[in-house]
Design a protein around this ligand. Structure first.
Ligand code: ADP
Ligand code: MG
Length: 246
């Protein structure tokens, strides 16, 4: 066995797989650039770190289950003028996650609520947080299924391991009493413990109607609004704008 394989094997045995795998390229690069020993030492460890970080982000992204690959970089604030880049950028230190605060994007269809929630979720993942994206109805279905199997507690326990749960399109369609109760359990669990990022087309005055007569409505809305950043989005639908352009 040559020296290169031997050295690569040593890195591998210490679980430094990125260095082990790319050792020939790293050596060639160092030689070509005539870097110092110290720089080379740093190159190796930095390569391992960056490779791991990229893998982590990739994994977290897949686990998040975003419905599409929207980025904040692709958000056009000239079209959406009811929220500013400054307001969104202010969230990207993720103090709201550390403080277990919620974000609520309220507005009619097509104004960028889902785009912003995915974009913020992506940034949170890059910063090291765990995010899960769910359409409200899918989430409630999952909760109900868990409830039926007697596994709601287990599911809530699992969900509470993530830092931010995006609930997209909350309040678009009516839910059964049982569904609302399951949702209440979740919101209770997250309250002051984890963050919710909610998109909805209702303003909070009509939420009471959505959750109508039952006694979980008020506490649900209360718990969501308490410690929340609310963003009221308006303007015309971006989808419509694109239609008229083409
Ligand atoms: P909502 O969730 O409010 O109904 P979406 O976020 O799904 O709206 O936006 C609808 C479509 O228009 C998406 O493809 C989204 O990426 C795009 N879009 C909306 N607003 C903007 C914007 N200001 N800049 C760029 N794309 C936008
Ligand atoms: Mg949406």
């Amino acid at each position: 066995m040559g020296q290169l394989e031997l050295t690569a094997g040593r890195y591998r045995s210490l679980r430094l797989g990125a260095i082990a795998g790319d050792l020939p390229e790293l050596l060639a690069q160092a030689e070509a650039n005539e870097v110092s020993y110290l720089t080379f030492a740093d190159m190796l460890v930095e390569h391992e770190r960056q490779t791991r970080e990229a893998k982590r982000i990739d994994l977290y992204r897949r686990q998040a289950g975003f419905p599409s690959d929207k980025r904040l970089e692709g958000f056009d604030y000239r079209h959406q003028t009811t929220i500013t880049k400054r307001q969104i950028n202010a969230l990207l230190d993720f103090a709201f996650l550390d403080n277990r605060e919620n974000l609520v994007f309220i507005g009619p269809p097509g104004v960028g609520k889902t785009h912003l929630s995915i974009g913020i979720g992506q940034k949170a993942i890059e910063a090291g947080y765990r995010v899960l994206f769910r359409n409200a109805l899918d989430l409630v279905e999952e909760l109900e299924l868990a409830e039926m199997k007697g596994e709601l507690k287990k599911m809530l326990h699992k969900l509470a391991k993530i830092d931010a749960l995006v609930i997209d399109e909350l309040g678009y369609l009516p839910m059964s009493r049982q569904a609302r109760y399951a949702l209440f359990q979740l919101i209770n669990r997250f309250y002051e413990h984890r963050s919710l990022i909610i998109t909805t087309n209702k303003d909070f005055t009509s939420w009471g109607e959505f959750f109508h007569d039952d006694n979980v409505a008020v506490p649900i809305v209360d718990r969501i609004i308490h410690h929340s950043h609310l963003y009221l989005l308006g303007g015309e639908s971006y989808r419509l704008k694109q239609k008229t352009l083409s």
